[in-house]
Ligand binder design. Sequence first.
Ligand SMILES: Cc1cc2nc3c(=O)[nH]c(=O)nc-3n(C[C@H](O)[C@H](O)[C@H](O)COP(=O)(O)O)c2cc1C
Length: 141
Amino acid sequence: MSLYQLIYVSSAKNDIAEEDINNIIKSAINFNSKNDITGLLLYRSGIFMQLLEGSQTLIDPLFEKIKQDNRHNNIIQLIAQSAKERMYPNWAMGLKKLGDLDFKMVNEILSWNKLISAAHEIDKKLILHLLTRFKEAKLTL
Ligand SMILES: Cc1cc2nc3c(=O)[nH]c(=O)nc-3n(C[C@H](O)[C@H](O)[C@H](O)COP(=O)(O)O)c2cc1C
């Protein structure tokens, strides 16, 4: 099976609650663990960034479903590509609430990407590097 990796950012709905995020993670862990899908969900101040990794035949329909989810909108796909290995092999879906520094970094990367994507070229390396930064600390509530 070839490995596929998808990364997007989105805006949480205005009145998103702690409970919504817990519910998202619960259903993600349940579905993903049954389907050999792994990844990471970053959250801070109304912004999600998610990495999904697994078989493309499973990730594509999952992403279609996630895009329809009314707990977020403005979904922007940053990366969709095949990969050699998983970044988060042990997490069916890790949740990381970003601290100030990490949030600043995400914002910087996203604003760079806006500039860069105007030229149709997203800085994939930078995004992938950012996502590896959360390996040690999975859950900071
Ligand atoms: C930001 C975000 C990330 C999500 N990530 C996943 C995920 O990784 N896996 C998953 O099964 N559902 C995920 N969901 C939830 C799905 O959109 C959907 O609600 C869930 O799969 C249940 O669908 P169902 O009611 O049709 O069974 C996510 C939702 C949001 C808003």
